[in-house]
Write a protein that binds this ligand. Sequence first.
Ligand SMILES: Cc1cc2nc3c(=O)[nH]c(=O)nc-3n(C[C@H](O)[C@H](O)[C@H](O)COP(=O)(O)O)c2cc1C
Length: 431
Amino acid sequence: MASKPFHLAWFLGNSFGVHGWKDPWGGRTALDWASPSLQIDLARAAERACMDFVFFEDSVFVPDNYGSSMDFYLKRALRAPKNDPMPLVPLVAQATRHIGIIPTISTSFYPPYLLARLMATLDLMSEGRVGCNFVTSTAARAAQNFGLDEHIDHDTRYEMADEFVEVVKKLWTSWDADAIVADEERAVFAEPGKVRTIDFEGRFFKSRGPLNTARPPQGTPVLAQAGGSPQGRAFAARHMDVVIAAVSTVQEMKAYRQDLRQRAARNGRDPDHIKVMFQVMPLFGDTDQQAREHLARHRAGQDPAKMLAAMGSLFDIDFSTFDLDAPLAELTTNGQQGTLKRFLSYGRTLREIAGNFTFGLENIAGTPESVASQLAELMEEVGGDGFVIAGPMTRRYIAEVTDGLAAVLQRRGLTRERYTHRHFRDHLMEF
Ligand SMILES: Cc1cc2nc3c(=O)[nH]c(=O)nc-3n(C[C@H](O)[C@H](O)[C@H](O)COP(=O)(O)O)c2cc1C
């Protein structure tokens, strides 16, 4: 491998929802969206490409922001229907041998004990291959599904998230790694002295412990998050092994990574132990010209209303009531603050923003060879740590990335060519 390889993984937005509906390469989505076969095919292909992990986004509400109605979203299968991604984890684990698997959970609504037990079980079942994406859940409708009339405010949600992670980490270590001796002669399965209560009592959570299953093989499953506000970054810098960053310029990439590394160092952590992976949606063609035309068609074909409906559901804002051509007043949200700040920086009016905004690195197109060069240049400039692929999900696209792009990256020694460790975290921390 070359001296400076980078990490590659897959971020599956809309997770266990409807993919490729109306896409000419979408297969029989209408019939089989609820089958796990696409996600399993994705994981197998990503493992063939020796990626670090597959990441399953999630949300727990049906949006009704745009036009103050669910209609727009339901008609287009936009964010609903969406199955719970947790049952995908053991299926993907069974269909693969090495790749890491990261489902998403909400720190605002999951009881920490249940989550700690679930992730410990999955880490034990997969022999050390799972991680967990901690989100605070941003939508008022999600909060209402869990019995709250109004959502907890943004900063308090992060304070809860912080305490949540503290509790689950304590639960995961409530059994020593060598607590299970299974000593038949002494008739001792687990050593009682190696299992302890945690007696946690914080501002938001209380848990006695110990966990009623053993310590996960990784000790702590891989911890991941994606929030970009100052509170989100502080949370990441305290706990996370990997952060998914949605930014769209090389300057933003550099600044994001530098900021997180500095914050981690201020917390006494080794900055190399927090990996920043940038969201990228490369599009491909047989020639660069063809790929650029593909990208231009893709952008021109995007429906501004769909983009505003999707973004509005992240901010709890109904953009259908706005004049597209009027200068925008300052907007605030109790939802995704980091994303709203970036969104508003893309123009003076909603029409300008809808035309220009990109969630991640969305302007990369070419042959597999030339996309590989573009990614390599970005990494050279930024210094690490890698990319998560988040392009339009079809089996054709999976093949373009894993058999096209990833094969070139591997040939050039830019990404991993084989898995050399047992556990997910060890692969993540390998370089
Ligand atoms: C790339 C990316 C992926 C995300 N994935 C999820 C997700 O799966 N589920 C979710 O509820 N929020 C998700 N979020 C939202 C973040 O976890 C976070 O809650 C949100 O960005 C608000 O945090 P902020 O105010 O710190 O920006 C994602 C955000 C980004 C940028």
